[in-house]
Design a protein around this ligand. Structure first.
Ligand SMILES: [Fe+2]
Ligand SMILES: [Fe+2]
Length: 405
């Protein structure tokens, strides 16, 4: 099915340029061009759009104001800014309403790639209510104590950016947000990101401070909805899974970039869980209780209750936020690696294994019921089935180190 894309820019020659640049996509996309925010909203009232790509500085209604309206009226539409301006105030404002930020000048390849990826993601979440909900999520909620640690550090007279980075790198929700900001070139840093710590350092104190204190890009978990112990557990498991995936990647001799991606994907793999917990606290508590009492597969229970699981929700959100494909794929299929065609060892397979091993090694394995099994067929396909005993040893070592802090 053709996807519908709306481009908005007050300069008609820019729109003409986009038309020329993207001519090759006309069989896949139905492209509409609007010369103002008002015209864009009028068009959107008549026709549904999958993606809207807007300029930032426009007379009457600027890009941020337009996207705020789009967010309210058409929550499921993917919102992308394409701008050549570097007005920090406006960029800071756009952080809350734009999913991605592409800086001008851009080439046809980058633009096609980003829009195509956004379109492909839309097919991942087949539940419209969840699609709207996740599309409108500005941040995944995190533990109030950890959030406060970041705020306290930033409020100091001389905050240490390294310390801020280290706190964030152990918190999947905040890590995901900073990775969105750097990967999406909101602040012009398009390059391979090694880790959340590096992402925070690249953003720098001058950007991180207003983002956290004024724009409030991170959000606190409401402990009335779900006990913070549940979130603490997920975070603890996520940090360990990330460290284990990284260690396995190193042991298998994967290159630096894949090793980094495996580590970040491990950290982020269960990001969809707090989204479900926060939005459906009663349903989710019920699922957790059943899971703890009688075991089974949390992944399948979520599918039964919501039509999708935390894996697809996490992948959708991270894809929407412009994180690298390797990470999005690993998060989306960490419970079902067989659904992904792969010919080599990828971050996905490492996260799948790291998730299962860390869960099996965790102290509360009995309380949490069954351990998700490792897909033996996938390992056999790559001739890696004999690696498991060695990987288990590595997992134990990493987890011991993590527990010792
Ligand atoms: Fe999971
Ligand atoms: Fe997990």
């Amino acid at each position: 099915m053709k996807k519908h894309i709306l481009f908005v820019d007050d300069e008609s020659n820019v729109l003409q340029g986009l038309k020329r640049m993207l001519r090759g996509m006309r069989h896949e996309w139905n492209m509409v061009f609007a010369e103002s925010g008002t015209a864009a909203l009028e068009t959107m009232a008549e026709q549904d759009f999958d993606v809207v790509v807007t300029d930032m500085r426009m007379p009457e209604m600027n890009g941020v104001e337009l996207l705020e309206e789009v967010k309210k009226r058409h929550p499921e539409t993917v919102r992308i800014v394409l701008s050549g301006h570097s007005d920090t105030k406006l960029i800071l404002k756009s952080v809350r309403v734009a999913h991605q930020y592409i800086s001008k000048p851009t080439d046809a390849g980058e633009l096609k790639d980003k829009i195509s990826r956004s379109c492909a993601l839309l097919d991942l979440l087949q539940n419209k209510r969840l699609l709207q909900l996740v599309s409108n999520l500005e941040a995944v909620p995190t533990l109030p104590e950890v959030y406060m640690q970041v705020v306290e550090e930033l409020e100091k007279e001389e905050p240490a950016i390294g310390r801020v980075g280290r706190i964030i790198s152990r918190d999947p929700a905040m890590a995901a947000k900073v990775l969105q900001l750097v990967n999406s070139s909101f602040f012009g840093i398009p390059r391979h990101i090694e880790s959340p710590v590096q992402a925070v350092t690249l953003l720098g104190l001058d950007t991180v401070k207003p983002l956290v204190l004024a724009v409030e890009v991170f959000s606190k978990f409401d402990s009335k909805k779900i006990p913070s112990r549940d979130l603490e557990r997920i975070w603890d498991h996520s940090v360990k899974a990330g460290a284990v995936a990284q260690a396995l990647a190193k042991d298998e001799g994967l290159d630096k970039s894949l090793t980094d991606d495996a580590c970040m994907a491990g950290l982020l793999h269960d990001l969809g869980k707090p989204v479900l917990m926060d939005n459906f606290p009663e349903d989710y508590s019920k699922i957790l209780r059943t899971y703890r009492k009688s075991g089974g597969s949390l992944y399948h229970m979520e599918h039964e209750a919501f039509g999708v699981s935390h894996a697809e929700i996490g992948a959708y959100l991270l894809g929407l936020w412009g994180l690298p494909e390797n990470i999005v794929e690993a998060v989306g299929f960490h419970h079902t690696p067989d659904q992904c065609p792969f010919k080599t060892l990828t971050p996905l397979l490492l996260v799948h294994v790291a998730n299962a091993l860390t869960q099996a090694e965790a102290e509360d394995r009995n309380e949490d019921g069954l351990i998700p099994e490792i897909d033996a067929v996938c390992l056999e396909r790559l001739g890696l089935e004999d690696r498991l005993p060695g990987w288990t040893v590595i997992c134990r070592e990493v987890m011991d180190m993590e527990s010792e802090g």
